[in-house]
Design a protein around this ligand. Structure first.
Ligand code: HPA
Length: 264
């Protein structure tokens, strides 16, 4: 059940390094059948009402495998969100990618193990189409804006999502490379598929924070944070410009799915 008053039409989900976006004019916690969402800040960008959701919490206190993805995504659906721009820090598996590079993935592989990955746990049995996991319209806008802001962006990349919170082993990274993966992160799923189940457009702008395990020495979270500090001003600009560039009416097929009939 959506709220009768639309609170926001666009959402930004901030990953590592993006724990705030704007001085919102209100904050809301939304009750859902899956629990209470993170606190959402509501603000305005380019004349659009935008909800900002920091995936790991405002103080980066929620690890990737403990995020209540269903509550967060259902909350965004309930307040009227139709389009989501996400950010993710990723490790580079593709050796042509470098720390600081921007990536707009086009496909995804799910190696998570213990997350609630669907709204369709019960009857009716629903299998959503996921042939094009990311919204092509938002991807196109992110790529164009990122090119303008940063000069280059990797616009074809397969994102593999691991369970975490540990980093991967070198053997896992070799396996992922053999499978065709370019970047690895811990939060891309089930966010992307839950958005699709709700008919919400979803795409992500990733930044490479480190080379993946076994490519260049040991991995530390500090390395991820250091790179995020350098790249974040660009990511913020890209998000603001991309939100402002979204056409008023959606020109993609993302909304043409069966939506869960949960009472929430
Ligand atoms: N692996 C998984 N998740 C990540 C990484 C990584 O190397 N870097 C940033 N998020």
């Amino acid at each position: 059940m959506r709220l009768s008053d639309r609170i926001a039409e666009v959402a930004v989900i901030g990953g590592t390094g993006l724990e705030d976006l704007f001085e919102g004019f209100e904050t809301v916690n939304v009750g859902t059948p899956y629990g209470i969402s993170h606190t959402l800040s509501i603000g305005e960008i380019g004349g659009r009402r935008v909800a900002f959701l920091p995936r790991h919490g405002r103080k980066h206190s929620i690890p990737p495998h403990k995020i209540n993805y269903r509550a967060n995504m259902y909350a965004l659906y309930k307040i009227g969100v139709e389009r989501i721009i996400a950010t993710n820090a990723v490790g580079a598996i593709n050796i042509n990618f470098r720390p600081g590079d921007l990536v707009v993935p086009h496909d995804i592989i799910d190696f998570t193990r213990q997350r609630h990955l669907t709204f369709y746990d019960q009857s009716p049995v629903i299998h959503v189409d996921f042939t094009e996991p990311y919204c092509p319209e938002i991807r196109g806008i992110l790529i164009e804006v990122a090119r303008g802001v940063a000069g280059t962006v990797h616009e074809q990349a397969v994102y593999v999502c691991t369970e975490g919170p540990r980093f991967e082993t070198p053997a896992e990274i070799r396996m992922f490379r053999a499978l065709g993966c370019d970047v690895v992160g811990m939060t891309g799923m089930p966010e992307a598929v839950l958005a699709r189940e709700l008919g919400i457009c979803y795409a992500t702008i990733c930044f490479v924070s480190n080379m993946a395990a076994g490519i260049s020495g040991k991995l530390t979270y500090e390395e991820v944070i250091e790179t995020s500090k350098i790249v974040m001003p660009k990511i913020r600009r890209i998000i603001v410009e991309a939100v402002g560039s979204l056409p008023r009416v959606r020109g993609c097929q993302c909304s043409s799915v069966n939506k869960p009939r949960s009472g929430g």
